[in-house]
Design a protein around this ligand. Sequence first.
Ligand SMILES: C[S@@+](CC[C@H](N)C(=O)[O-])C[C@H]1O[C@@H](n2cnc3c(N)ncnc32)[C@H](O)[C@@H]1O
Length: 270
Amino acid sequence: MQEHTYQAIARFVAQESGIKLSEGKAYMVETRLTPVMSKFGISSFEHLATQLMAATGELRQAVVDAMTTNESFFFRDRTPFELFEKVMLPRMAEEKRANGQPLRIWCAAAATGQEPYSLAISVLENQRLLEDIDVSILATDISQAALATAEDGLYTQFEAQRGLSAQRLITHFEQEGIAWRVKPQLRELIEFKELNLLKNLHQVGPVDIVFCRNVLIYFDVETKCHVLGKIKKQISPDGFLMLGAAETLVGVCGEFLPTREHQNLFQPTV
Ligand SMILES: C[S@@+](CC[C@H](N)C(=O)[O-])C[C@H]1O[C@@H](n2cnc3c(N)ncnc32)[C@H](O)[C@@H]1O
C-alpha cells in the first residue's frame, strides 16, 4: 500500500473511531482490511481509500469493525473487579438504598462481552449487599460485530476458561455442545447498545460506575481528554471511573482524580 493511501485510511479510522494508527501499521491495516475489500468487491487499497470518502454505512461499519481490537477476557486484571466489589459497590449501595435510587453501571468498551458479564457475575454474587436496589448494566461498543457476539453470550471452552473459575462457569453458564452460554439471570442484567465514544453520549443517561478499560489507549491525548469530558457529564458526582491497567490520566486532563484505593480508579473532580 502506498504511503498516501495508508495516510488516507488512517485519517478515516481516526475520524470515525478515534483510533490513532501510528507509523508502521500498514501491514496490520492490509491484513485486517483485505477481507473487507473481498466482501465489498473492492480491488485495491487505493480504491478503498477513495470509496471511504463517500462510503455508505455498511462499508464504513465494516472498516471500523475490522480496525477495532476486541480482545477481552473474563475478570481481566482481577483488581478492577476486586475494587468493584470491595469499594464501589459497598459505597454506592449505602447511598442508593438510603435514597431509594437505582444503581447504574456502564461498561463503555464492552467488546465481545466478557467485561459486562464479569460485572454482572459480581453483581449476582453480591446480591445481599445490593438487596432492594435496582441494578442495571449498560454495555456499549462501537463495533457491531463484537456487540453481536456479546449479546449472543456464547463462548468457546477456551474463552470461558480465560478468567472464569470452574465454580463461576457452572453457576452462571450452561453448556451448549462444546461451548458455554450465559444463563438468563446474567443476560437480563445487561442492556447492549452500539455507541461511539466520540459521538453524543447523552443516551447513556446518568451512571454511577463506569468501566472504560483498554480503549483510551488507542486515542491521542486530545481525543482522550474530549471523551473523558463527555463521560464526566454522564457520571454522578460521587461516581467511579475504572480505567485499564496501562491507562493514566496524569498530564491528560483534570476531569477525574485517582482515588486513594487505586491509581486506575477515579472520581470526578468538582
Ligand atoms: C481491547 S477492547 C477492550 C475490551 C474490554 N474493555 C477489556 O478491557 O477487556 C477495546 C474496545 O474498544 C472499542 N472501541 C474502539 N473505539 C471505540 C469508540 N470510539 N467508541 C466505542 N468503543 C470503541 C473496540 O471496538 C473494542 O471492542
